[in-house]
Design a binder for this molecule. Structure first.
Ligand code: WTA
Length: 657
């Protein structure tokens, strides 16, 4: 899919900002130009002003202390100020909007009534849960793992941690016990918060028994707080397992907030990279919240009273910034959806939009592509006239999906914000502002305030000007930027600041057109993007080689019509093991249990030999080409130890589409 986005060229259609929309928008084209110039020319002055969107306990006098030089990387924002994130997302709204809905909860089954949780109720629940955490010995700086479905308790848990200064780390409920255990151990969590089960699309994921399995590999001091959500049967270990809801009922609804430095960590979120195990991306309290709140308001043009829905899961960064922290910091009404877009049928998203009169709707291209295939009747049944802005995130959107979203869902009236950003960036970096930016389908358009994108020549690191193509780096910091990798600042520097000196390296390639618009062309490292989820090929490889029958594995991405990219695995079996369809199914199942369903290879090719250089390095470039079914131009294969194996791989390739 990324290749389709990439091929859109000079004669791209341009969709101007609807004049009516610009009139009431927070930011119009002139204001964008003016504010962007200021944000670059006087970065400190600009952000000193923007920081005021939060309540500070002790106001900052220092705005920015940034060094991008490899070996000395240091990023600090508002660093002598103190605040509390939960206070900013809840308490400060109580006087003016205590009875306004903070969270609309739409359960998996449309038969189960939705819940409307007011800011007053949110305050009550979060304070009680925070007191429960305190009663379990959790204090400032302690780590808490959250492994929950998309239920209000996930937001309560995040905010309860923020309230007492604990650092949360959410593990997506689709991850396996092994993945969960690795994260619990990496951050040294004291507590895991989970639920009995996670209903999705009518099916149950047994989260508590997954947690039981994970905890076998963790310190026996780790406590397990269980949200009884479905009431499903679970095993119970007295002394370790705690019924959170029962304790919350008896806990005090009064929980004073902890005063945190702007640079105290708010959360850790594990994400895949090109090498090794997932990294714990660290985001801090002050800068992150300023940035999440500002982007949520301006990118979606959120206005007082609007109902805003981001369909992501809180297990990913999008859920952190654009379901919980950004909207709640702005006093918004944010919708949390437990289910899936196709349950009970492919009209669910639109049924929910109609039911709750959603004004801003934010989803992933992969969801749009899958719904597009089901036909327009699922959309047309519903009244979508409340929708003012549409958004996408996670991967490039192909023009066909963009047009469908624009015409069928938005009826040509709702600007589409294609937001490019990353777990590392905390919030949007390249994005249209709906009242300011003319749109080109497939382009994430122009930088947000304070963001200085640069395009570099990949090998020489020369800065390329004008219309060009290369790797995407960012020349200066923005407040939402990650600060470090948990427990490994060296790895942070090596991953993002070593290759292109003086810049933050995004790992993405991009094209900049003659209008200065950016077009993301996809990852340039060994990370693939499957249905908008990041997956390190190295992770899938190490899961495969952990299987007793596998000698070696090489994993690459290939274009997939629904998922954007699919996972293509070349597997060399141990001597004497015969390939079979049963073994293929066994390996798929194996990867599901080692990492999670999202990592399951779409195609497995038996590869008795892998193309290697004489020094034994796997030539991934060749494997990628074969997986893409594009082996006409394999380039130079003369350095291969055994050039013959390439023909054999081509002959037996799995993707012939
Ligand atoms: C990709 C998700 C094109 C990109 C917020 C990036 C995108 C990776 C877009 C980060 C977009 C995200 N257009 N590509 N609008 N948004 N990406 O950390 O390759 O899960 O590096 O963060 O997704 O994925 P992550």
């Amino acid at each position: 899919m990324s290749t389709q986005a990439q091929t859109a060229q000079v004669n791209d259609p341009v969709y101007p900002v609807p004049a009516e929309f610009a009139k009431t928008a927070h930011i119009d084209a002139a204001k964008y130009q003016e504010m962007y110039a200021q944000s670059i020319n006087d970065s400190e002055g600009f952000w000193a002003e923007q920081g005021k969107r939060l309540d500070w306990i002790k106001p900052y006098t220092q705005v920015k202390d940034v060094n991008f030089n490899f070996g000395e990387v240091n990023i600090k924002w508002f660093f002598d100020g103190t605040l509390n994130v939960a206070h900013n997302c809840i308490d400060r709204h109580l006087a003016t909007r205590g009875d306004q809905t903070a969270i609309i909860f739409e359960p998996d089954s449309p038969e189960t009534p939705a819940q409307h949780i007011t800011y007053n109720q949110l305050h009550d629940k979060v304070s009680r849960m925070a007191n429960v955490l305190r009663s379990q010995g959790v204090t400032k700086g302690d780590r808490v793992i959250i492994y929950l479905p998309m239920i209000p308790e996930a937001a309560y848990a995040m905010l309860a941690c923020a309230r007492i200064g604990a650092i949360h780390s959410i593990v997506f409920a689709g991850f396996s016990p092994d993945a969960l255990a690795n994260r619990i151990n990496d951050c040294g969590a004291k507590v895991v918060i989970t639920s009995d089960e996670a209903p999705r699309g009518g099916r149950m994921t047994p989260l508590k028994s997954n947690t039981d399995a994970a905890l076998l590999h963790c310190s026996d001091k780790v406590r397990c707080l269980v949200v009884k959500h479905t009431g499903g049967q679970t095993t119970w270990i007295d002394g370790r397992d705690i019924d959170v809801k029962a304790l919350m009922e008896h806990a005090s609804p009064d929980c004073p907030v902890e005063e945190m430095n702007a640079e105290d960590p708010l959360f850790i979120l594990y994400t895949s990279g090109s090498t090794g195990k997932p990294k714990g991306v660290v985001h801090c309290s002050g800068g992150y919240l300023v940035y999440a709140s500002m982007t949520q308001e301006l990118v979606f043009d959120y206005h007082e009273g609007d109902v805003y829905w981001c369909t992501a899961d809180v297990g990913w960064v999008t859920g952190h910034s654009y379901i919980v922290y950004g909207p709640l910091a702005n006093g918004a009404t944010t919708l949390m959806f437990e289910g899936v877009p196709t349950y009970p049928d492919a009209g669910r998203f639109w049924a929910v939009c109609e039911k709750h009169k959603v004004n801003q709707f934010y989803t992933a291209p992969t969801a749009i592509r899958s719904l597009m295939g089901k036909g327009t009747e699922f959309v047309e049944k519903y009244d979508l006239s409340s929708i003012k802005v549409l958004g996408t995130v996670g991967e490039p959107i192909n023009p066909e999906a963009w047009n469908w979203y624009n015409d069928v869902v938005g009826k040509g009236k709702a600007p589409i914000v294609d937001t490019w950003w990353q777990t590392e960036t905390g919030g949007h970096l390249l994005t249209p502002l709906p009242g300011a930016t003319a749109l080109k389908p497939g382009s994430a358009t122009t930088p947000f305030f304070g963001v200085k994108p640069v395009v570099l020549e990949p090998t020489t690191a020369e800065v390329l000007e004008g219309a060009t193509e290369g790797v995407l780096c960012i020349a200066d910091s923005w407040p939402g930027q990650m600060r470090t990798v948990w427990g490994d600042h060296e790895r942070f520097q090596e991953t993002y600041f070593q290759q292109y000196k003086g810049y933050y390296f995004s790992g993405d390639g991009c094209r900049r057109d003659e209008d200065g618009y950016y077009w993301i062309t996809g990852r340039v490292d060994d990370v693939i993007n499957v249905s908008g989820h990041r997956m390190g090929t190295a992770e899938v490889e190490s899961a495969l080689v952990a299987h007793a029958k596998v000698a070696e594995a090489a994993v690459v991405g290939y274009p997939h019509s629904l998922k954007g990219q699919g996972i293509y695995a070349y597997v060399t079996l141990m001597n004497g093991v015969e390939p079979s369809d049963e073994l293929r199914a066994e390996l798929e199942k194996w990867v599901r249990t080692e990492i999670g369903p999202i990592a399951k290879p779409d195609l497995i090719q038996w590869a008795p030999n892998l193309p290697k250089t004489r020094s034994g390095k796997i030539m991934r470039r060749i494997l990628r080409k074969i997986a893409e079914n594009d082996f006409g131009a394999l380039g130079d294969t003369s350095t291969l130890a055994e050039p013959g194996c390439v023909d054999e791989l081509i002959e037996n390739r799995m993707n012939r589409g």
